[in-house]
Design a protein around this ligand. Structure first.
Ligand SMILES: [Cu+2]
Length: 91
């Protein structure tokens, strides 16, 4: 995604093979975004935001009790500089 771009991201619960419900709560702290608990009962949530600055935006699970929690702490969304999105043409 590119700086200044409006973005929608849908987080999808992916633990359907588990024998237990395993709620995750996803946060993007730099954008002040936190989802509801994502689980069997609420398997998807879409967040919308505008990427104001280029760089890496971190996201992670904030439910410290979820199974596999330590694997879910290092998500990154890459925001490119305006006008430098890969594949863009300049005429
Ligand atoms: Cu989690």
């Amino acid at each position: 995604m590119e700086e200044g771009q409006e973005v929608e991201i849908t987080f999808v619960y992916g633990d359907k093979d588990f024998s237990q419900n395993n709620p995750h709560v996803i946060a993007i702290p730099a954008l002040g975004i936190t989802t509801s608990a994502l689980d069997e009962n609420n398997p998807e949530e879409t967040v919308r935001f505008t990427a104001e600055e280029s760089g890496e935006v971190a996201f992670m699970c904030t439910n410290v009790d979820c199974v596999g929690h330590t694997n879910l702490l290092q998500g990154h969304i890459m925001v490119g500089e305006h006008g430098h999105a890969e594949g863009e043409e300049h005429n």
